[in-house]
Ligand binder design. Structure first.
Ligand SMILES: [Zn+2]
Length: 56
């Protein structure tokens, strides 16, 4: 899953039935409107991992 580092919104790929990487660059956080780049990959039971800059 991916977590918005600004508001804490989590994008669940399983419930959304679409992987985060498949989302367009125009994707915005539904809660705070942050850009896709503001999301960080988070694993269950682990700390959020920051995506490399420029990673699509
Ligand atoms: Zn957000």
């Amino acid at each position: 899953m991916y977590e918005c580092r600004l508001c804490g919104f989590t994008y669940h790929e399983t419930s959304a039935n679409k992987s985060f990487s498949e989302l367009g660059e125009e994707y915005r956080c539904p809660l705070c409107g942050a850009a896709k780049g503001a999301f960080a990959q988070a694993s269950f039971g682990g700390k959020p991992v920051q995506l490399p800059a420029g990673h699509a």
